[in-house]
Design a protein around this ligand. Sequence first.
Ligand SMILES: [Zn+2]
Length: 206
Amino acid sequence: MIRADLHIHTLFSNDSSIHPKTLVEQLLTHPYIDAVAITDHNTVKGYYKVRELASAYQDVTIIPGIEVSTVDGDLLLLGVAEVPPEPWTNVIDFTRSVGGIVVVAHPYREFGLGDLAKDYKVDAIEVLNGGSAPQFNVLAEELAKEMGLPGVAGSDAHRAEELWSVYTEIQASTDLDEVLKAIKTGLVRVGQAENSTRFKYKAHNI
Ligand SMILES: [Zn+2]
């Protein structure tokens, strides 16, 4: 079993100040997080930088990813190490073609898909987003149940102190393909760091 923060922005996102070096240092010294997905807005440059900095360390997994702004809302593409070709109406097909998975990011927050998510063939719903108010996470969890999809968590950190506020427990080794498969098949549960200073979320039924 590993624990992962599946939604992180580095300074390659124009609204984040997290330096890849800071991220890797914190990951290497973190007591229980083993894996991160780098999900910058519409770019994968941060992922490559983090991967390079972490390359000497065997016991952490850097999951390639990108948060794409579609016309309907944000999607997290995990296992994707390149910017999808436009138009982004086809990002789901593209993600599958490269062996990645699609997660609906913070469906009920700003830039979320909301109920439109039901029309998308996605693999999981972000049911615990570190930057979303509790009531929006609850709605996201209900959406996941309704769609019969696994729920995952990510801090959505844009500042270093926001990292690791929530995590996804994944029944997998640190092997990337295994991690993606485990998420897709629902071998996951979400949790929140006890010392998290962001929105307090009363965990229930997760
Ligand atoms: Zn984000």
